[in-house]
Write a protein that binds this ligand. Structure first.
Ligand code: NAP
Ligand code: ZN
Length: 357
């Protein structure tokens, strides 16, 4: 947009659904009165980055190219606008999936910016400041309104903190919503970025945690991460042993799978919440729900206040993601590994690697 002052910064972007991510340069606005400018230190790689880069959600949320993915951002404040009160240059700061919302609708007023009809996602949303679309965290820096900037507990390692901004809040929020705690049997389906955070939170909340995985080689890790039992979901006998026994199941799977196999493991009134977002619809059996008054629901990240609550919870319980730190130059390789379920358990990009481009 004319008249706005801005800088060009380094980034990694994809030019089309079939292009690899590559070095590019993008505009960032100069901080306005309520803005915080952040130098990005680490950015996690979420499977949503891959879905979006490859336009896999084209019917629901078509991708505008070029796309700069990345919504698990931690960094250091470099500059603030004149009206910013809660941050100063040098502070640690974090940004998740949202960078704006209307602030006035019933959802925003209830603290659910994540359900605001006018929310602005960190990437691939219309950018009301510069025109075009928003660009995410695979970049040197970002400028975000102070309402959407989070405080990072000082005791947490930063590479493993970045993934809390999406994988963390997306699993924490439904576990709290469904009041998971002591005395409950809780399943987590899919031990990837989201799933492994779900295991850590469900364990910290006191539940009996069972992991369902298609990868037998993740069994020991699942136990180390806090699971009490591990089920290889391709084994029908192992699945059958848990029939009608769960209070709550969190499904964090990124691809096609049989959802009814998990609904059948819920007891009467049990709930299965899906946070995974496979591009194709899942066939849900009405009878499986009806016969035990079970419920099936979804959940989308979390509001800003709850995201700060989650970060504080992580600070108190020393919870971070288990990360494999990579330079940005390995991002395309990391995407291919995500597709093979070969992630332990989140890739976190050391953004210092972008300086050499
Ligand atoms: P991820 O790290 O790639 O993990 C996904 C895991 O799901 C894999 O490691 C694998 O675990 C399992 N899996 C993959 N394909 C499968 C298949 N076809 N059948 C059965 N299991 C399969 O992905 P993520 O970053 O955690 O994201 C997971 C999903 O959540 C994605 O669809 C993402 O877009 C979505 N998401 C949603 C929200 C939200 O707000 N609701 C937020 C962030 C992400 P095992 O090896 O253990 O089987
Ligand atoms: Zn994400």
């Amino acid at each position: 947009m004319k008249g706005k002052s801005m800088n060009k910064v380094k980034a990694y972007s994809a030019a089309s659904a079939t292009s690899a991510l590559a070095h590019s340069s993008i505009p960032r606005r100069d901080p306005e009165a309520t803005d915080v400018q952040i130098e990005i230190l680490f950015c996690g790689i979420c499977h949503s980055d891959l879905h979006a880069a490859r336009n896999e959600w084209s019917e629901f949320m078509p991708t505008v190219y070029p796309i700069v993915p990345g919504h698990e951002i931690v960094g250091r404040v470099t500059k603030i606008g004149s009206a910013v009160k809660n941050f100063k240059p040098g502070d640690l700061a974090a940004v998740g999936c949202l960078v704006d919302s209307d602030g006035t609708c019933p959802e925003c007023r209830a603290g659910f910016e994540n359900f605001c009809p006018n929310m602005v996602l960190t990437f691939n949303s219309p950018d009301k400041h510069l025109g075009g679309v928003t660009y995410g965290g695979y970049s040197e820096s970002i400028v975000v309104d102070q309402r959407f900037v989070l405080h990072v507990p000082s005791n947490l390692p930063l590479a493993g903190t970045a993934p809390l901004l999406c994988a963390g809040i997306t699993t924490y929020s439904p576990l709290r919503r469904w009041k998971v705690g002591k005395g409950q049997k809780v399943g987590v389906v899919g031990l990837g970025g989201l799933g492994h955070m779900g295991v850590k939170f469900a364990h910290a909340l006191g539940a009996h945690v069972v992991v369902f995985t298609t990868s037998p080689n993740k069994k020991e890790d699942a136990l180390r991460l806090g699971a009490h039992e591990v089920v290889v979901s391709r084994n029908a006998d192992e699945m059958q042993k848990h029939n009608e026994s769960f209070d709550f199941i969190l499904d964090a799977v990124s691809g096609d799978h049989d959802i009814n196999a998990y609904i059948n493991l819920l007891r009467r009134d049990g709930n299965l919440t899906i946070v995974g977002a496979p591009p194709r619809p899942l066939g849900v059996s009405a009878l499986s729900l009806i016969m035990r008054r079970r419920s099936f629901s979804g959940s989308n990240i979390g509001g800003i206040a709850e995201t700060q609550e989650m970060l504080n919870f992580c600070g108190q319980h020393n919870i971070t993601a288990d990360v494999e730190v990579i330079p940005i130059q390995k991002v395309n390789e990391a995407y291919e590994r995500l597709l093979k379920s070969d992630v332990k358990y989140r890739f976190s990009i050391d953004m210092a690697s972008l300086k050499s481009e």
